[in-house]
Design a binder for this molecule. Structure first.
Ligand code: 6R9
Length: 683
C-alpha cells in the first residue's frame, strides 16, 4: 500500500545509523526491508532507479542488494567512503586517512591528507576524455535560444576566469562574491575560483543590495562578479545597479567584474571591469591549485533562527564526493542523460545538482534562467521536449502553481525523454505529487522526493515509489529523536529529525562562528546532527517530515528566519514590537504574517506604515520576504516572563481561532482578545 499523501517518506530500514543497531528498528517494524522493497501498487513504476552503481557493486561484490550495501556503508563507513572517494574523484595526492572526527569540538574531517582540485574534477578530466560532449545547456529566459557549451569550451572559460581573478590579485583562500544570473559564466566563475583555490560565495541574484552587502562583508570578499542586468520572465533585473549599491556599503571590495549579460552597452565605474573583455585578454591559464581535501570550496548563506544569516562552509573532497554520488544514485544518472534541475545557482540545490554533481559525473546539465510560467505555463515541458531532458528536478511550489493551469499545457509537449521527476525544498502535498506522477510523468516516471538542506551538501533522504528491486535510498542515517536525544522507533512517534553519523557532505562550520555551528546542530541532541526539522514515524516505519521546529519558515521553498524580517521591521521609527510567523499558503507552502505594535507617539496612518514596512523588507532582504499579512495591535499576547506567545500567534495566523490551546500563562488575556477581534476585521 502506498499513499503519497503526506509528503516524503523513507524506507525505515535506511533510517538508522551505526550507533543504533538495526534490531532497534526492526523490533518496531512488522515488515522486513525485503518485503518493503518488493511492494507494488498503482504507483509502482516499471521504470525504476537501477542503482546500486556498478562502481559500487564491482568494488563490493559480496553485497547482493541495496539494503546490504546500505548496512555496509554504516558498519564499515571508512571502507565504504574510502573506496568511493578513490573511485569517483581524481586526486593529486591520495589520502591515507578516510575520516577523522572530533565530536567534542564538532570538528569533522574527511580524506584530510589528500590533495585535489575541484575544477579539474568537474571539467579538465572530462575535457581530456570527451572534449566535445555538451557540459552545459543554457536555457535562456526566452525559449528557443538555448546555448550549448562543451567540456572543451567550459574548460577554456574556467581557465580564462581563473586567469582574470589571478591577475586581479585573488589567491587561494580569498573569498569571491558572485551575484550572477544562472548562466555559463556563473558556472565558469564558480569553477574559476575553485581552480585557483579561491572560495566562492554565490548570492542569489534576487537578493537586495543590503542582503548582498551583508553577505559580502561577513565573507570578507574583496572581489565581486556580477552582470549588467539579467532578464527573468521577461522582466529586466538591474543587477549592476544593485551591486553598486551593495559595494558602496563594502569598503573591502576593491574590484567588481561586470559581465555584459544583456545587450545594452556596459557602463563602467572606476572599480568596475568588463569581465568578457578581461577574459579574452588572458594569455595563459593559471595552473590548478593543489588544494587540501578540507580546504573550503565555497560559502553559502542560509537563514537560521536568529536574524543573521549563517555562512555555511563547505569543504572540497567530502562535498564533491557526496554531490557526485547522490547525483548518480538518486537520479539514476547515466552517460548521455540531460539533467534538468531548474533551481537557481544561488541556492544549495543549484550548487549541488546544477553545477557540481552533474559536472563531476561528466554529465550534461541544464542552466534554466527563466520561470515556470514564461511565456506560459507550458515552459518547463516545452523545455523538456526541446532539450530531451531525462531527469527533471524542481520545487513543489512550482508544481502547485502549474497544476492550476490544467493538463493541456503539459500534454501538448512530448515528455517521453523523462525518466525521473525530482522534488525538493518543501513537503510535496498529495495533489501535487499525483499530478507530477500521473500527468507530467504519464504514470511512467519515478517521482523522487528528496529531503536535504544547505547544511547537508547533498540529498540525505529520498523516497521513490515502492520498488520491485532494491534500489537507491539514503546513504546516511536519519533518526528520529525524542527531546532527550534518544532515538525513537515507535510507530506514530514524533520527534526531531537527526542524523546519527557524520557524512562527507556536511558543512564543516559557520564562517567566523564555529560556536554557533556547534550550538545549532550538535548541542541540542548529544551525539546527533540536528536538522531543525521535525518528523513523524508512521505505522509502516516511514518517516514523514512535519516541518521546521525552529523559527524558520519556508516561502516557496526559500528558507527565511522570522527574526530576519523582524529585525528589518524594528528599524522603522514608529514600530515598537513585531512578531513574524508563517501561515499555510496554497501555492507558496507558507507565507508571512506579521503582528506589529506601534510606538505610543506614532502618528502616521497605518496603511502608510505598512507600505513603508513592505518596501523596507524588500529593500533589505528580498521580495519573497515581504509579509503578505500585517496586523497592527495595541499589544501582543505575552507570557508572564515577557515572551511573545508565538505559538498563539501562529494559530491565529492560520485562522484557528477557536482552539488556541493553553492560555493560562498569558500575562494579559485581554491582549489576545483584541488581536482576535482585529484579525476578524481583516479584509
Ligand atoms: C535543499 C534545500 C532546507 C529545509 C529543510 C526542510 C525543507 C527541503 C524537503 C523539505 C520536506 C522535503 N525541505 N526538502 N521539507 N520535504 N523534500 O531545500 O535546502 O534551502 O537549506 O532548506 O527545507 O525544512 O530543513 P535549504
Amino acid at each position: 500500500r502506498y499513499s503519497p499523501s503526506s509528503g516524503l517518506r523513507i524506507f525505515s530500514s535506511t533510517a538508522i545509523g551505526p550507533t543504533f543497531p538495526q534490531f532497534l528498528l526492526a523490533s518496531a517494524s512488522t515488515c522486513t526491508s525485503a518485503q518493503r522493497f518488493s511492494t507494488t501498487s498503482k504507483y509502482s513504476s516499471e521504470n525504476i532507479i537501477s542503482s546500486p552503481l556498478p562502481e559500487i557493486t564491482n568494488k563490493f561484490p559480496q553485497l547482493k542488494n541495496y539494503s546490504q550495501l546500505y548496512d555496509f556503508s554504516l558498519r564499515e563507513s571508512d571502507q565504504f567512503w574510502g573506496t568511493l572517494g578513490s573511485e569517483l574523484l581524481q586526486w593529486n595526492e591520495p589520502f591515507t586517512t578516510v575520516s577523522r572526527h572530533d565530536h567534542k569540538s564538532s570538528t569533522f574531517r574527511w580524506f584530510h591528507d589528500g590533495k585535489l582540485n575541484a575544477a579539474v574534477n568537474c571539467v579538465d578530466r572530462h575535457a581530456a576524455e570527451h572534449p566535445d560532449r555538451v557540459a552545459l545547456i543554457w536555457e535562456r529566459d526566452e525559449p528557443g535560444h538555448e546555448q550549448r557549451v562543451t567540456y572543451r569550451e567550459l574548460q577554456e572559460m574556467v581557465w580564462r576566469v581563473a586567469g582574470v581573478l589571478t591577475e586581479s590579485g585573488v589567491s587561494a583562500g580569498d573569498r569571491v562574491a558572485i551575484y550572477l544570473p544562472v548562466s555559463p559564466v556563473a558556472v565558469a566563475t564558480m569553477l574559476g575560483c575553485a581552480r585557483i583555490g579561491a572560495v566562492h560565495s554565490v548570492v542569489f541574484a534576487g537578493f537586495s543590495a543590503q542582503a548582498l552587502a551583508s553577505r559580502i562583508q561577513d565573507a570578507g570578499a574583496s572581489v565581486l562578479v556580477t552582470a549588467n542586468s539579467s532578464t527573468r520572465g521577461g522582466r529586466l533585473i538591474p543587477l549592476q545597479a544593485t551591486a553598486r549599491a551593495a559595494v558602496a556599503l563594502c569598503p573591502g571590495v576593491r574590484q567588481v567584474f561586470v559581465m555584459p549579460h544583456s545587450p545594452q552597452p556596459l557602463e563602467l565605474a572606476d572599480n568596475e571591469v568588463d569581465l568578457e573583455r578581461a577574459m579574452s585578454a588572458v594569455q595563459t591559464a593559471p595552473p590548478p591549485s593543489v588544494q587540501g581535501a578540507e580546504d573550503p570550496l565555497f560559502l553559502l548563506y542560509t537563514s537560521g533562527s536568529t536574524g543573521k544569516p549563517k555562512g555555511l562552509v563547505h569543504t572540497t573532497a567530502g562535498y564533491l564526493l557526496y554531490a557526485a554520488l547522490t547525483h548518480r544514485l538518486v537520479f539514476d544518472y547515466k552517460p548521455g542523460d540531460v539533467f534538468g534541475c531548474v533551481a537557481d545557482i544561488g541556492w544549495i540545490t543549484g550548487h549541488s545538482y546544477v553545477v557540481y554533481g552533474p559536472l563531476l559525473n561528466g554529465g550534461t546539465t541544464v542552466l534554466f534562467e527563466s520561470t515556470p510560467v514564461h511565456p506560459d505555463a507550458g515552459r518547463y515541458w516545452e523545455t523538456v521536449e526541446r532539450l530531451r531532458i531525462t531527469q527533471f528536478y524542481g520545487a513543489p511550489t512550482a508544481i502547485r502553481l502549474l497544476l492550476r493551469f490544467g493538463d493541456d499545457f503539459v500534454k501538448k509537449y512530448d515528455r517521453s525523454s523523462l525518466r525521473v521527476l525530482g522534488s525538493v525544498g518543501e513537503p510535496i502535498n498529495s495533489e501535487a505529487w499525483r499530478w507530477y506522477y500521473d500527468v507530467v510523468g504519464d504514470g511512467r516516471c519515478t517521482v523522487v522526493d528528496t529531503w536535504w538542506q544547505s547544511e547537508t551538501g547533498g540529498i540525505m533522504i529520498h523516497m521513490t515509489v515502492p520498488q520491485r528491486r532494491g534500489s537507491g535510498t539514503v546513504l546516511c542515517c536519519a533518526v528520529l529523536s525524542d527531546s532527550q536525544g534518544k532515538p525513537v522507533y515507535d510507530s506514530g512517534a514524533t520527534g526531531a529529525l537527526c542524523v546519527s553519523s557524520i557524512w562527507p557532505g556536511i558543512a564543516r562550520t559557520i564562517h567566523g562562528d564555529h560556536q554557533r555551528y556547534h550550538d545549532t546542530y550538535f548541542a541540542p541532541y548529544a551525539g546527533l546532527y540536528f536538522s531543525g526539522d521535525g518528523a513523524r514515524r508512521d505505522d509502516e516505519g516511514y518517516l514523514h517530515i512535519t516541518g521546521r521546529m525552529d523559527d524558520v519558515i519556508n516561502v516557496s521553498g526559500h528558507r527565511l528566519g522570522t527574526a530576519e524580517v523582524e529585525d528589518v521591521m524594528m528599524e522603522h521609527p514608529e514600530v515598537s514590537e513585531t512578531a513574524v510567523v508563517g501561515c499555510p499558503h496554497a501555492l507558496k507552502g507558507e507565507t508571512i504574517f506579521a503582528f506589529l505594535v506601534l510606538k505610543e507617539n506614532s502618528a502616521s496612518p497605518q496603511h502608510k506604515i505598512e507600505t513603508e514596512l513592505r518596501e523596507s523588507v524588500k529593500h533589505n532582504i528580498a521580495s519573497y520576504a515581504v509579509p503578505e499579512f500585517m496586523l497592527i495591535a495595541p499589544a501582543l499576547p505575552k507570557t508572564r516572563s515577557g515572551k511573545i506567545m508565538r505559538r498563539l500567534l501562529r494559530q491565529i495566523a492560520k485562522g484557528n481561532l477557536e482552539d488556541l490551546g493553553d492560555t493560562s500563562t498569558l500575562a494579559d488575556p485581554a491582549a489576545v482578545e483584541t488581536v482576535l477581534k482585529l484579525y476578524r476585521q481583516m479584509p
